[in-house]
Design a protein around this ligand. Sequence first.
Ligand SMILES: Cc1cc2nc3c(=O)[nH]c(=O)nc-3n(C[C@H](O)[C@H](O)[C@H](O)COP(=O)(O)OP(=O)(O)OC[C@H]3O[C@@H](n4cnc5c(N)ncnc54)[C@H](O)[C@@H]3O)c2cc1C
Length: 471
Amino acid sequence: MAEVCVVGAGPAGSVFAARMAQLGHQVRLIEQARFPRSRLGESLSPGVEPLLKSARLETALDARGVTRVRNVWVHWADGMRLREDPREQGLIVDRGAFDLGLVEGARSHGVKVLQPARVVDRRQYGGRWLLTLDVEERRETVEADFLAEAGGRSAASGRPRIQTGAATLAVHAYWRGARLPATPRIEAGEEAWFWGVPLPNGTYNVLAFVDPKAFRGARGALEQRFLERLAGSLVLEACRESGRIGPVQAIDATPYLASDCVGANAIRLGDAALAIDPISSSGVQKAIQSALSGAVVANTLLRRPDAADLAILFYRAQLSDASERHRRWAADHYGTVAANRGGQFWTERSQGREAAESAPTHEPIDARAMAGMSVELSPEAAIVETPCLDGEFVGVAPALRHPRLETPVAYLGGRALAPLLEDLPKGRTPLQIARAWSNRMPLDSGLAIAGWLVNHGVLVRTAESGGGRPC
Ligand SMILES: Cc1cc2nc3c(=O)[nH]c(=O)nc-3n(C[C@H](O)[C@H](O)[C@H](O)COP(=O)(O)OP(=O)(O)OC[C@H]3O[C@@H](n4cnc5c(N)ncnc54)[C@H](O)[C@@H]3O)c2cc1C
């Protein structure tokens, strides 16, 4: 049984620690702060809940301190609109309660928690790690076979990393009062964007995302510059009848990707490895995803050293794909404002968008059009061996590669794709193809997969009905 030390008990550290304990390792989770402690990252994207369920940590979302989000006011490039999600999949949490719930969850899975304890030094000798900790007034050492760095942004600063978007500073403060809005707001300002988040404890977090140079170059105290930036915004207007509590704080929000995210006996997780632009409000989801796949990678490194290269390759590719996907998404999102009103703040953040715009776009094909269309496998589709998660280890699986897919896809809806594409006869409709797969899956699932393949240009019209062109 390997000894594993995890530094930092944010979402990445706690989820990784719990998974490693479930995989049979002896795990220590070391956290410097006493919990509950406050933290930004209170809006959780829809993927968080299913990921926590998969790790058996969903109790962190116990009703206290969680609000389900149905509506968000969005005042972006095209005026004000109410974005509605009837399924209420997004959540707003009290990060103090949420992170504490995750640590308790990790402990219930057998993780030993050292808290408060700050890791002040880590070094290797004889293939093992020796960590020095400040615990209260004492200095202690612990040893480990494997080290997971999950200390958040502070663990990534001063380390080799690639900045993946414009430098950004988040300046924020909390408001309290009886008439605060119950609906979150996102707003594009002059040279900044604003976010108003009603928290489960009745306070309201107001954030301004600004260019650090321009903001620091302005005159006045932090508080004054913050309020000046927000002047005239709908987010601040909503707080008119309430009072600010606590100080104005500034925190770096620049996205980056660490260069050294994994080695034979160490891994970096969450913000210690990858920070995405906060506009997507999915930093916590990304942190949990890196923890879950990171646990499989670490398990492979510890138990199947002969597959170490594969596991390392897999983890690096996963992080850099995620970073690139988010970079492009954010550039696109900022680009809609840049196209509308220009301005250095918006133009700088939409860099890289031109490339996305010049890529060929394809209108999705609706179900009715698909019904009468006979298709075949695109000549550009190929099956390639790709590293992927295979239960508790990283393995290789045949995956579909196609120019319109960002990465090779081995599984779709939990089903291996390659066997479905073998010997696919020409000239059948997506419905006939789904029927041919009906001995392997329900018709609905087959239709969903066939539809996805058509809409991604993997299944194209047969030569007779359209010349083998992408649909
Ligand atoms: C302005 C801003 C707004 C954001 N808003 C959102 C949002 O709305 N939604 C969202 O999903 N994400 C958001 N994010 C991103 C989100 O906050 C992070 O992605 C997420 O918290 C990362 O989790 P983590 O576990 O990697 O790190 P963290 O949550 O930062 O946890 C790291 C932990 O490590 C501990 N630690 C550090 N060093 C040591 C040490 N030496 N010894 C012991 N312990 C240590 C720290 O005390 C801390 O508890 C936002 C980020 C910013 C900057």
